[in-house]
Write a protein that binds this ligand. Structure first.
Ligand SMILES: *[C@@H]1O[C@H](CO)[C@@H](O)[C@H](O)[C@H]1NC(C)=O
Ligand SMILES: *[C@@H]1O[C@H](CO)[C@@H](O)[C@H](O)[C@H]1NC(C)=O
Ligand SMILES: *[C@@H]1O[C@H](CO)[C@@H](O)[C@H](O)[C@H]1NC(C)=O
Length: 241
């Protein structure tokens, strides 16, 4: 059986602004998949997501409070997003034909579990499961405490795009560390034969700063590679033309 899910990042706009203190990158991303309702639109600045637009009800969700203070969504943004997502969906079948039915790119995810803050017994904290380098979406992320599934206190980001157009996502679990507790983050993806499960134990040696550094360096590299490669991937596609 041929399963054709084809992810396309149709519009990737990278702008650089030269400033005395260095270069900055702004990226506007639209993605959609053939025959899948899943779609996204977001704007990133130097690797941080400033906002995303929910593609179903077109509501704008700002992520960085600092930025939100400086910026109000353009009233035309929802219609821009509507058009971008629509254009993306319209073009995928044409791209597939144009590229002569390329094989699907299926990359299984890797994951990393770490805490938001340094662990202190009895002090509320957040476990973060960072799932990355997968393609296409979706992944299912679930948490367990010991053997018991945990659904309360769980939230996750939407999908972010890496520089190579693979995806990443963060899942969060609010918890209070107690001696001996063990948590795990399980990830399901089409590219995995069985769920990828990562354990995290209270009292286990973890260094949140080291994990953060990995993630931040990753983010920075994403930005830098984007600049270096000069990804000016502007596919002008408009179904009305
Ligand atoms: C999407 O669905 C249509 C009709 O169900 C089918 O003809 C087409 O091959 C599918 N395309 C992909 C990429 O799966
Ligand atoms: C849009 O949908 C999201 C989740 O699907 C919901 O949280 C949000 O409140 C909705 N916004 C509006 C304006 O309806
Ligand atoms: C994710 O979970 C849903 C609902 O349980 C399931 O239908 C889907 O196949 C799962 N996806 C993956 C990639 O495992």
């Amino acid at each position: 059986m041929r399963i054709c899910v084809f992810t396309a990042v149709l519009l990737g706009v990278v702008c650089m602004v030269s400033r005395p203190q260095g270069k900055h990158v702004m990226r506007i991303l639209t993605f959609c998949q053939a025959n899948v309702t899943d779609a996204e639109y977001d704007m990133e600045f130097d690797g941080d997501e400033l906002f995303y637009v929910n593609p179903y009800n077109l509501s704008v969700v700002q992520r960085l409070p600092e930025f939100a203070q400086q910026w109000r969504p353009d009233p035309g943004l929802p219609s821009t997003v509507y058009e971008a997502v629509d254009t993306c969906k319209y073009n995928i079948p044409n791209c597939i034909v144009g590229e002569q039915y390329p094989p699907e790119v299926i990359e299984p995810p890797t994951s990393l579990v770490y805490t938001q803050r340094e662990v202190e017994m009895g002090v509320p904290n957040t476990l973060i499961c960072f799932v990355t380098d997968f393609h296409p979406t979706p992944v299912n992320v679930s948490w367990s405490k010991g053997e018991e599934p945990v659904r309360e206190g769980v939230s996750e980001t939407q999908y972010y795009s890496n520089d190579d157009f693979s995806f990443c996502l963060f899942s969060y679990l609010s918890f209070t560390p107690q001696e001996g507790d063990m948590y795990s983050c399980s990830v399901e993806h089409r590219g995995l034969e069985q769920p990828l499960t990562r354990l995290w134990e209270v009292g286990m040696q973890t260094d949140p700063e080291a994990a953060e550094t990995v993630v931040c360096v990753g983010g920075l590299t994403v930005g830098m590679l984007g600049v270096a490669a000069g990804i000016f991937l502007i596919i002008k596609a408009n179904k009305h033309s």
